[in-house]
Design a protein around this ligand. Structure first.
Ligand SMILES: Cc1cc2nc3c(=O)[nH]c(=O)nc-3n(C[C@H](O)[C@H](O)[C@H](O)COP(=O)(O)O)c2cc1C
Length: 309
């Protein structure tokens, strides 16, 4: 594929098929990564390719930012022992992260060229992934990349217009573009009157059903592994959220709610749990591409939850 075409085609993929990726292709990707530039030609990056399904699943459990069950996870780490020998202080402060980022982009573009999907992941628990990959303390994790054959068509997130990001020669105050607005700056839109209507309608529906689901008293048996995974997801999310963008908080909470609704649905078979699951599944991916739509989904989920009363 032509370069511009590949650059345009690459998207963050958050849904993968089960189809395995051959080691031959994985090696090609690492070769592309290792052709990236590095400060002082240090090449201190190391690429850990996890393709063992159990290991991939374990890393996945400790990476709240990772979605779509990829068959492969690649960790890019920096070898601090090599930096100690040959590097400078600047390498530790910013060089290594930049080197890893450039290698990651090479890898992701090569993957896109081969029809593979990737997503850069920074929301993972550093200590847990270190332990799972058996990394010595001298190895600094820089980024994870989820990888596999994409399933479905990814959404194309908005890009800022050129006048917001391109400056010829010197800086000038750009006009605030709509692409820059946070959901907080559009509060009136984030909660539309129709949602309120829906909430009232759903409360009425809940009253009609007499809150039947809440009154069930049978002892539930949940899948221990699923519950454990949810617990790990919540703990690692809590550990990671203080350093993450503010919109990740609602995302992690609604993802936890989704998992719980799925478990309740499996245990009870209740309609509302299934509907909540479908509603969240349809809207959670919009967190980055369409924050307004994402917030609407949260309101709809809250309204739907009133049917459990
Ligand atoms: C450093 C970095 C960290 C990222 N971390 C995550 C992550 O933890 N989870 C995730 O789903 N996406 C993550 N992404 C992907 C971005 O959300 C994505 O690149 C952005 O929304 C633009 O979408 P696009 O890659 O399809 O163009 C990360 C991207 C970068 C560059």
């Amino acid at each position: 594929m032509e370069l511009t075409e590949v650059i345009k085609k690459r998207r963050s993929i958050r849904k993968f098929s089960d189809k395995p990726v051959s080691r031959e292709l994985l090696t090609e990707l690492i070769e592309a990564a290792a052709l990236a530039p590095t400060a002082s030609n240090l090449q201190a990056w190391r690429f850990f390719v996890a393709d063992d399904p159990t290991l991939v699943r374990e890393i996945d459990s400790f990476s709240p930012g990772l979605s779509g069950h990829p068959p492969v996870i690649i960790a890019i780490a920096s070898d601090l022992a090599e930096v100690e020998r040959r590097g400078s202080k600047n390498s530790l402060v910013y060089g290594l992260m930049m080197d890893a980022s450039m290698a990651a982009e090479n890898l992701m573009l090569k993957a896109a060229d081969l029809g593979l999907g990737t997503c850069a992941i920074k929301s993972y628990n550093d200590k847990a992934v270190h332990k799972l990959l058996n990394l010595p303390d001298t190895m600094r994790l820089e980024i994870l990349i989820s990888l596999g054959w994409p399933e479905g068509e990814p959404r194309t997130p908005r890009r800022k217009p050129m006048e917001d990001v391109l400056f010829w020669n010197a800086w000038e105050e750009p006009e605030k573009s709509t692409a820059d607005r946070t959901p907080e700056e559009e509060p009136a839109k984030a909660r539309k009157p129709e949602n309120d209507k829906k909430a009232v309608g759903n409360q009425a529906a809940a009253a009609r059903t007499g809150g039947a689901q809440a009154q069930q008293t049978e002892t539930l048996r949940f899948d221990k592994k699923e519950l454990q995974d949810l617990l790990i997801y919540m703990i690692t999310s809590a550990a990671g959220l203080p350093g993450e963008p503010h919109m990740y908080g609602p995302l992690r909470l609604i993802e936890s709610s989704r998992r719980l609704a799925g478990m309740l649905s499996a245990a009870y078979g209740g309609e509302v749990f299934g509907e909540l699951t479908a509603l969240i599944d349809a809207g959670k991916g919009r967190n980055m591409t369409d924050p307004e739509g994402f917030c609407e989904m949260l309101q709809e989920a809250a309204a739907k939850a009133t049917e459990l009363l």
